[in-house]
Structure formats: C-alpha cells, structure tokens
Design a protein around this ligand. Structure first.
Ligand code: ZN
Length: 162
C-alpha cells in the first residue's frame, strides 16, 4: 500500500475554524485519506488527527492512544459522556503549546468504520479526551477555546525540565 505524509496545518490557517461536512459515501478517496492520516499522525507522534488538520473538511478522525490500536471514525458523534478529568492537552496544529482542560472521564462515540458499518466505542481517560478533542476539530473548535488555562512559555519550559 502506497501511503503519503500530509501537511498538518496550524492555527494561523483559517481552515481549522471551518465546520467539516459529513461523509456521504465511503469512496477510495476517503479510504486513502484514512491511511494517509494514520501515517501522518504516527510520523508526527500524535495520538489523534482530524481531517481538517490536513486541510480536508470531512468528518473523518483517526486516533491511536495505544500503539497499534488504530481507531478510524467516519462521521463520529458523542452519544454519552460522564465523569470529569482535568489534564494537560496539546494539539499537532498548535505546536509548542499546552493547556489544562476539563474533559469527561468516559465518552461513548457512535461512528461508521471504513466498511460503512455503524460502530459504538467507549473510551476512558486519554481516549475519552481524544474523542472530545478530535470531534471538536470537526466543528472548528480548538482545545485552546475550552482550556481553563493555556500554559505560558515559562511554564512549558519548567514542565519539560521535570
Ligand atoms: Zn488537535
């Protein structure tokens, strides 16, 4: 299989603020997009990537919080959330930045897989956070919009030293 690394856009690009459109048909282009997004996410050492981050305004997300356990989501919707977690959060589109967010501890997502089957996935902790973060991207929302606090450069320096 031929895969390609895609360019990840950053905060400066207004595309990140646009709302992504649902996938109406899972074409070869969508399958290639999923493959390339997974490759791009791994190359960038991220745990999640939304299609908008590679400039494609489609409701497509890849997540890999556990190495080798790739989750591909087409038209994902959060159908249930509970509990709370307050943790650090970052984004491949906001390089060098970090914030503290409050997210649900448990999240249930409904989506289509690459074969068009309806799937329901439960995630806790990091996976729950990734579901919220990536699905927000599909509506043009960045974690910095919902963060309780964005770390200063000095705070990031100190954290990296620890
Ligand atoms: Zn992100």
């Amino acid at each position: 299989m031929q895969m390609a690394l895609l360019n990840i856009i950053t905060e400066k690009d207004p595309t990140l603020r646009k709302k992504s459109r649902p996938v109406t048909e899972i074409t070869d282009r969508i399958l290639t997009l999923l493959d390339d997004m997974a490759e791009t996410m791994r190359d960038a050492e991220g745990v999640g990537l939304a299609a908008v981050q590679v400039g494609v305004l489609r409701r497509v997300v890849v997540i890999e919080t556990e190495p080798g356990e790739l989750i591909e989501l087409i038209n994902p919707v959060i159908v249930k959330k509970s509990g709370k977690q307050r943790t650090y959060e970052g984004c491949l589109s906001l390089p060098g930045k970090c914030g503290i967010t409050e997210r649900p501890m448990d999240v249930t997502v409904e989506a289509l897989d690459r074969r068009g089957n309806r799937i329901i996935i439960n995630g806790s902790g990091l996976l729950a956070k990734a579901f919220c973060h990536e699905i927000d991207h599909l509506d043009g929302i960045l974690y910095s919009d919902v963060a309780e606090h964005m770390l200063t450069d000095e705070e990031i320096r100190k954290m990296n030293e620890e």
